[in-house]
Structures are given as structure tokens and as C-alpha cells.
Design a binder for this molecule. Structure first.
Ligand SMILES: *Cc1c(COP(=O)(O)O)cnc(C)c1O
Length: 393
């Protein structure tokens, strides 16, 4: 038995020794691409004030804000009838802001597709502000391993919105494309929590009836402290929102103030701009999707070809997350898992088991956000193969 105080077993993200390359597989917050982190570091060496010290109403910051907004629009191909907001309160802030902006009072209906931990939490928050209809996404064994079929009967036609999470970060379930809403329900806007998969696949904004799409920055596009919230213009209007919606969460209030109703997360907004510029240089969302497919496939291949040494909960490729790959060793063998964590940590691979609000979970998890390269994923795949060979006897 290994003592459970080893840094690798308590989720340490430090490297074992400075000579190995650190690869951060953490589910978030996480590392940005090396080129972006270098650019951020360089910005601190330039003369003058950085965005950490700039007034949000100064011409210098307004230029940064405009730049980030324009880059987000280009990279995500956002149509003109959508507005881009930089909101506070993280993903959890939007769990509350969505019903408070789109439902006037408790009698308004909203449909929540619940197929994992984050949609459960969003639905539970919404229960306080509107009448929630849940589409239960559990499989026949009561677990979350798939995305439910959407039929007309499941979606109340009076719904103000249909809510889903396009990548359930903890459960490892992803919609590689947004689901098609039955024809008779297509007037209802979709609300999408894209916190952990934004920029890794195209969004068909009009074709998929997107009403609101939000993403906390700390997974794929930046640092904690800012959330990218994109809202279709026809959903705005103070009269539509709940009179109890706080100003800081009110989409219309913030839009009318050009994102400056209160102090926005200035530095974090600048970082999103760096990340979007990097993505554009690298080939945009299309190239990023190719990379995501390649990074995840190499790990699923190791798992699927390990003769049962490694397991992963989602069996259907159609729903397997490209962003977060949960896996266990010999059905969850504790000693073996500890050895795996310590040995991979010694090779610089960190963040494979972190605490979440939902506990440590049964699975380890490799998160493959924008900061992880194809080579990084290959390093983990190689380690997993070596480890399995050594421990298969
Ligand atoms: C991490 C995460 C959240 C929580 O975001 P916070 O910024 O911590 O509030 C919400 N939804 C998804 C899908 C996530 O991955």
C-alpha cells in the first residue's frame, strides 16, 4: 500500500523534477497553448500599463475589448444578430443568469436535458427561478453515458428555452454536433453550456436554433474570472427578464453598457483575445476539430486495445468526449491506480485525478483542451501502453 500523502495522490500539479516536461491534463483551470502563454508573459515586459492596471474605460482597454470581441466573432463565425458578452460568475453564474434572463417568473417553463453532473447542477439552480421540465438522460443502468433522443413529446411547446451541455466534462459525453430539435419545436431557442468544448467544433448558429451559448474561460479559452456569453438579439429586453435578475447578470443591462456596466475582468478578456488570435493563425475551428479528434482517438485506441486493462464508461463512439477522457485501471484497482498516478506524475503528466465538486469520481480523466498538443496526448498514450505491459502479468 502506498501512503496516500504522496503529492501525485492528492492532486499535486507540480512536476516531480524540473528536467521533465510538465504536461497538464487537468480538467480546469488548465494550461493555455505554449505560444499564448509566451505572449502573455511578453506583454508584462512591454513598457506601459498591462490590462491588469488599465482602467476599463480607458481608450487602451477599449481597444483590447474591441479586439477580443472581433476575434471571437471571426473564429466562432458568429452572425450579426448575436451579441458577445464577457460575464461574471463563471459557468455557475450562467446557470442562474439563463433562467433569470429568459423567464419572467416562476410560471415560465424551461426544458433541461440532464445527462451529466453539470446539467444536473444547472437544472437544480434553475428550479428556483422557473418551472423546469427535465429530459432525463440516464441510461438503463441509471448512469450517465449517453445523450437522450429528443422527440416532440419530450419538449413542452411552451418552453422558453431548451438547455443542454455540449460536453459533459466529468462524465465524458459530448455532442460532436448540436442535436437537431424536432421540427415542431424549432422556434424554441437552445441554450448551450459549451464551457469545456468551445472552439473545438463549428456551431451552426441559425441552423441549430442557438439562443444562448456560454463558456467559462478556464477550460479552453483562458483563465477563471470571465465567461464568454453569446446571446441572440431577439432574446434580449429588460421586460422579458425576471424583475429580480441582478444587473450584473442581466444581458440587456450589460449590452447597453457595452460590457462596462461594472468592471469587467480586464486581463482575462485580453487573454481570450490572445487565444483566439492564436487559433486563427493555427487554422481556426476546423483545424482545431481535426486536432481534437486526433488527440482523443490516440487515447481511446489505447483503452480499447488494452484487453480490458483500461476501461472507459462511454462505449458508443457517437457520444465519447474528445475533450475529457475518463478511464480506469482493471475496473478501478486502487493500488494499481495509485502506482499509475505516481509513475505518470514522475514523468511530468499531472492533473489526471483532481477533485471536482462531485468528488474524486470512479475514473481518472485526461482533459485535452487547447493547451494539450497531439504530441502531449501521444506521450500519455505511450505511458499508458508501457504501464499496461508492465502490469499485465
Ligand atoms: C467547469 C464547468 C462548469 C463550471 O464553471 P465555473 O466557472 O466553475 O462556474 C460548468 N459547466 C461545464 C460544462 C464545465 O465544464
Amino acid at each position: 500500500m502506498t501512503a496516500k500523502t504522496h503529492p501525485a495522490l492528492v492532486g499535486s500539479l507540480s512536476m516531480a523534477n524540473p528536467s521533465v516536461k510538465l504536461i497538464n491534463f487537468s480538467p480546469g483551470p488548465t494550461s493555455l497553448p505554449k505560444a499564448v502563454e509566451d505572449e502573455i508573459a511578453a506583454s508584462f515586459k512591454k513598457p506601459g500599463l498591462t490590462s491588469l492596471a488599465l482602467s476599463h474605460r480607458s481608450p487602451e482597454f477599449l481597444k483590447i475589448l474591441d479586439h477580443t470581441k472581433a476575434s471571437v466573432r471571426r473564429v466562432m463565425d458568429i452572425p450579426d444578430d448575436y451579441e458577445v458578452l464577457f460575464t461574471h460568475g463563471g459557468g455557475h453564474g450562467q446557470f442562474v443568469a439563463v433562467p433569470l434572463n429568459l423567464c419572467h417568473d416562476k410560471s415560465d417553463i424551461a426544458t433541461y436535458i440532464v445527462n451529466g453532473t453539470w446539467t444536473e447542477r444547472a437544472r437544480d439552480e434553475a428550479l428556483r427561478y422557473c418551472s423546469v421540465h427535465t429530459i432525463d438522460g440516464r441510461d438503463s443502468l441509471g448512469g450517465y453515458t449517453t445523450f437522450p433522443e429528443l422527440t416532440e413529446e419530450k419538449i413542452d411547446p411552451k418552453s422558453k428555452f431548451v438547455y443542454l451541455c455540449s460536453n459533459e466534462t466529468v462524465n465524458g459525453i459530448e455532442n460532436h454536433r448540436l442535436p437537431k430539435i424536432p421540427e415542431s419545436r424549432r422556434k424554441i431557442p437552445l441554450v448551450i453550456d459549451a464551457s469545456s468544448d468551445i472552439t473545438t467544433k463549428p456551431i451552426d448558429w441559425h441552423g441549430d436554433c442557438v439562443g444562448v451559448l456560454f463558456a467559462c474561460a478556464s477550460k479552453n479559452i483562458g483563465h477563471p474570472g470571465v465567461t464568454l456569453t453569446i446571446v441572440r438579439r431577439d432574446l434580449l429586453g429588460k421586460a422579458k427578464a425576471s424583475p429580480l435578475c441582478p444587473g450584473v447578470f442581466n444581458y440587456t443591462t450589460n449590452l447597453e453598457a457595452d460590457n462596462l456596466w461594472n468592471t469587467p475582468a480586464t486581463f482575462n478578456i485580453e487573454v481570450i483575445g490572445y487565444l483566439m488570435d492564436w487559433l486563427e493563425r493555427e487554422g481556426g475551428v476546423a483545424e482545431n476539430e481535426r486536432r481534437s479528434i486526433a488527440k482523443s482517438r490516440i487515447l481511446y485506441d489505447v483503452i480499447d486495445n488494452s484487453g480490458g486493462f483500461y476501461g472507459t464508461p462511454v462505449q458508443d463512439n457517437a457520444w465519447r468526449s474528445r475533450m475529457n477522457i475518463p478511464f480506469d485501471l482493471k475496473g478501478g484497482d486502487e493500488d494499481l491506480t495509485d502506482d499509475f498516478l505516481i509513475e505518470s506524475w514522475n514523468e511530468g503528466m499531472v492533473g489526471l485525478r483532481t477533485l471536482t465538486p462531485f468528488g474524486v469520481g470512479d475514473y481518472l480523466r485526461a482533459s485535452l483542451y487547447n493547451g494539450i498538443t497531439e504530441d502531449d496526448a501521444a506521450s500519455l498514450a505511450d505511458f499508458m501502453q508501457r504501464f499496461a505491459r508492465k502490469n499485465s502479468a
